[in-house]
Unconditional design. Structure first.
Length: 148
């Protein structure tokens, strides 16, 4: 017997990104995104890239004309006092998090267009970056570890 064909779905990554951005901003925190600057069509100032990655502050007070649609994150920001356009395809956004706490999410691989394989194992908690634990965690700069 043939399995029924599941309907095609769009990517869930831009929806997760926008929801987490809103959650972080609503809590008075500063949203940052971690970007894989080696991916095609990423447009960021080259001097901001380190080891192929760049962290961008996307807080409303830090950028102008922020636009997060289903394809990319676009805005204008000042780098070294010079206003420059930034364009990041959603596929190049690796994570979104609050600078102050590190709370956020490493964005999952895109499943748009197909249903997950029922034989696939869910990610292990060991594969996810650690989150600070409540008030017991020491206050320090945001820390985000990219797990491949």
């Amino acid at each position: 017997m043939n399995e029924p064909q599941l309907p095609q779905m769009t990517s869930h990554r831009p929806y997760l990104l926008r929801a987490l951005y809103e959650w972080i901003a609503d809590n008075g925190m500063t949203p940052h995104i971690l970007v894989d600057a080696t991916q095609p069509h990423v447009r960021v100032p080259p001097h901001t890239v380190k080891d192929g990655r760049v962290v961008l502050n996307i807080a409303e007070r830090a950028v102008a004309r922020l636009d997060m649609d289903n394809d990319s994150v676009r805005f204008t920001a000042r780098f070294g006092g010079v206003s420059q356009p930034v364009d990041v395809p959603i596929s190049a956004v690796l994570a979104v998090y609050a600078r102050e706490t590190g709370h956020g999410m490493v964005l999952p691989d895109d499943i748009g267009g197909h249903a997950p394989d029922p034989d696939d194992e869910p990610p292990s908690p060991d594969d996810l970056p650690p989150e600070p634990e409540g008030d017991a965690a020491p206050k320090r700069g945001a820390h985000l570890r990219v797990v491949k």
